[in-house]
Design a protein around this ligand. Structure first.
Ligand SMILES: Cc1cc2nc3c(=O)[nH]c(=O)nc-3n(C[C@H](O)[C@H](O)[C@H](O)COP(=O)(O)OP(=O)(O)OC[C@H]3O[C@@H](n4cnc5c(N)ncnc54)[C@H](O)[C@@H]3O)c2cc1C
Length: 349
């Protein structure tokens, strides 16, 4: 079999990159060993243009967010599913100053596109603690990644473009103009392995994996937006919610008991309803030292490339950079220097 690109990994990165490649007319095959503990399968899938303790616009938000919801709508339509939930995100205020600040920003060119409303009084929900009001963000919500990845895999399988199993580097041979893996010959090998990303060829890239834990809970409270302040609560319907996430600088794949305490404590600041934990989940985010993705070609083996390092923002960043990187691979367009792994070439030996 001859293809333009052989892709390893069908998390959100491999999914959107391959989708963009086919739009450019490139042929590909994906090898993936589906893992329920992989970052994309565990993730809550939130996209949020204004984040952090200081509530600032996320990096490249003005470029990344306007294409985001149309992008997932397009995928949903092609696959006949609804994985996109553009619910908005509600953040209660802790002070009147916060409220005044955001009232002013609401009419500014910088922030208005991302703010649906700013209110100085509570939304008056029986279980939400917001006596000083809060801000409702737009271009914000979540993508059900498990649903999206499962549907996309089915689509790939039907087209004969998915190989189920573990990719092993021992079976790979590389020549100047192609790579060969078993019976597949490809012009380019693209590694989208998530947290395994530093396994071969790219072990010099400074990955800094960050563990995350979240919980599925049952709760009687009904609301149709994401509640978020220090912790998020995503309504999934039928009395179910998802609560997360922790950030830990270790890669041990187990749910720590302290995580449940931490999430419940943080939630109790903004939510009074009873919750019953039904599932505890853990995963490792493929984060990077400078918090920018790792995208580009190997410094010497030019037909080997990486598309990885999306950290805690795979849902929002991967589509934008998949568009850019597919154009680099197929049309030889330049890559944004901030994400190009060229910035770390000096670390490769
Ligand atoms: C608890 C938690 C909460 C999160 N919440 C959010 C959120 O709300 N919003 C957000 O944007 N991001 C969130 N993230 C981060 C998000 O999950 C990542 O940014 C994203 O999923 C990374 O996708 P990926 O495709 O690079 O990697 P992965 O999802 O890890 O996918 C890699 C795929 O490659 C496969 N693979 C790897 N090596 C091989 C091999 N040798 N052979 C075959 N297959 C292979 C894996 O099995 C997997 O299927 C969260 C992460 C965690 C852990």
């Amino acid at each position: 079999m001859m293809v333009d690109c052989l892709i390893v990994g069908q998390g959100i990165a491999g999914t959107v990159l391959s989708w963009e490649l086919q739009k450019l007319g490139a042929s590909f095959v994906i090898i993936d060993r589906e893992d329920p503990r992989s970052s994309s399968r565990v993730a809550a899938g939130l996209y949020n243009p204004i984040t952090g303790r200081n509530m600032v616009k996320t990096w490249k938000a003005d470029a990344i967010f306007p294409i985001l919801e149309p992008y997932y709508e397009e995928l949903d339509q092609a696959l006949g599913i609804s994985s996109l939930h553009n619910t908005g995100i509600y953040r209660p205020f802790f002070s009147n100053e916060e409220c005044n600040d955001w009232q002013a920003k609401w009419s500014s060119d910088e922030y208005s596109a991302f703010i649906k409303s700013v209110r100085g009084i509570s939304i008056d929900h029986e279980s939400i603690i917001d006596p000083l009001g809060g801000i409702m963000l737009r271009q914000a919500g979540y993508v059900d990644l498990d649903k999206l990845l499962t549907a996309y895999k089915k689509w790939l399988v039907a087209k004969g473009m998915y190989i189920d199993g573990l990719f092993t580097f021992d079976e790979l041979s590389i020549s100047e103009d192609r790579v060969t893996y078993r019976e597949i010959q490809a012009q380019c090998l693209i590694l989208c392995e998530g947290v395994n990303g530093g396994s071969r060829f790219f072990d010099w890239l400074p990955f800094t994996p960050v563990k995350g834990e979240l919980m599925d809970v049952e709760s009687s409270a009904e609301f149709d937006f994401i509640l978020n302040r220090g912790v998020f609560m995503v309504p999934l319907g039928n009395g179910k919610c998802r609560v997360g996430s922790t950030y830990r600088k270790n890669s041990e794949m187990y749910f720590e008991s302290a995580a449940e305490t931490e999430l419940k404590e943080k939630l109790s600041v903004i939510y009074t309803g009873e919750i019953g934990v039904t599932k505890r989940k853990v995963g490792i985010r493929p984060a990077t030292k400078d918090r920018k993705p790792f995208i580009g070609r190997h410094p010497e083996l030019r037909n080997i490339a990486i598309f990885n390092g999306f950290g805690s923002k795979g849902v929002s960043m991967a589509p934008y950079f998949a568009k850019e990187f597919s154009k680099h691979l197929i049309l030889n367009r330049p890559i944004d220097k901030e994400v190009d792994i060229q910035r770390y070439y000096s670390l490769s030996s």
